[in-house]
Design a protein around this ligand. Structure first.
Ligand code: FPP
Length: 260
């Protein structure tokens, strides 16, 4: 069993859920069966993160580029999103999860968008974990959309172009509301960021695993968090002797088994 500390959890955990298709292929099943099993991993992960006390969980459910997949696969994914939003609604409300969507959601079919928008408005006032579902999302697209909005404001004389800096551009990005990413997990054995949360990942720690998303369970989530908790986050700075001794103290005190 992997032990993790509950006082230094990543505040913002983001996941690239890759490997559904390969999971299905290995079992001689259609790719859509992999996505269905993947949605079970989504349920498990949301539950565990909420119980642990993660503040923001961002899941890459569908990228802007995923529209290029075969029509029947896109349709199957949309049906799964719909099912997820219907089935999880009661638990989301009961446990105080705030649901937010990221991405060009106007591209989603109305039967997904309507449920998503309903759940967003029903949960907007809740104080629990923030669950960001990135759907029809691209990191470059998000930055381009924000830049366009700032350009419009500058054109209308609402802001001075000279005032635009990383703070004001960052504040214009919907994904910034969940804070900078502390830990990015990617399953499925690839080592890339695939246009996900480009801005928020500026100082994120990465955890890559060959595990395919449908097989990703609690134990491996704990391994990822444990690995994160051993990292030395310097943000481009040099670590002071004081910080070194603080880290040593932390390492010596025993890790707490998480009971979730
Ligand atoms: C990547 O695997 C996964 C996706 C493109 C979709 C992610 C969707 C889910 C996990 C299903 C349900 C999600 C929610 C929020 C209910 P892949 O198909 O690219 O796998 P491969 O690389 O093995 O082909």
């Amino acid at each position: 069993m992997t032990l993790i500390r509950l006082d230094t959890l990543p505040r913002h955990l983001a996941v690239i859920m890759d490997g559904n298709g390969r999971w299905a292929h290995q079992k001689g099943l259609p790719r859509t069966a992999g996505h269905r099993e993947g949605s079970e991993s989504v349920r498990r992960t949301v539950r565990t993160c909420r119980k642990l006390g993660v503040e923001t969980l961002t899941l890459f459910a569908f990228s802007e580029q995923n529209w290029e997949r075969p029509v029947f696969e896109v349709r199957a994914l949309m049906d799964l999103f719909r099912e997820f939003l219907i089935k999880e609604r009661a638990e989301v409300l009961r446990t105080g999860i705030r649901v937010r969507s990221l991405g060009r959601v106007q591209r989603l079919p109305i039967y997904v968008r309507a449920l998503l928008e309903q759940l967003e408005s029903e949960t907007a006032h809740l104080g629990g974990m923030r669950l960001q579902l990135a759907m029809s999302y691209g990191g470059q697209e998000e930055i381009a959309d924000a830049a366009r909005r700032l350009a419009e404001k500058a054109k209308n004389g609402e802001i001075d172009p000279a005032s635009i800096d990383e703070k004001s551009l960052g504040a214009e990005l919907p994904s910034s509301e969940g804070g900078p990413v502390d830990l990015l997990i990617r399953t499925g054995g690839e080592y890339r960021i695939s246009n996900f949360l480009l801005w928020g990942c500026a100082y994120a720690e990465f955890y890559f695993t060959r595990t395919l998303w449908p097989d990703f369970g609690e134990e491996e989530l704990f391994r990822a968090i444990n690995s994160y908790q051993k990292r030395n986050r310097r943000y481009g700075r040099v670590v002071t002797e004081e910080e070194h001794s603080e880290e040593r103290k932390l390492a010596q005190s025993s890790a707490t088994p998480a009971h979730v």
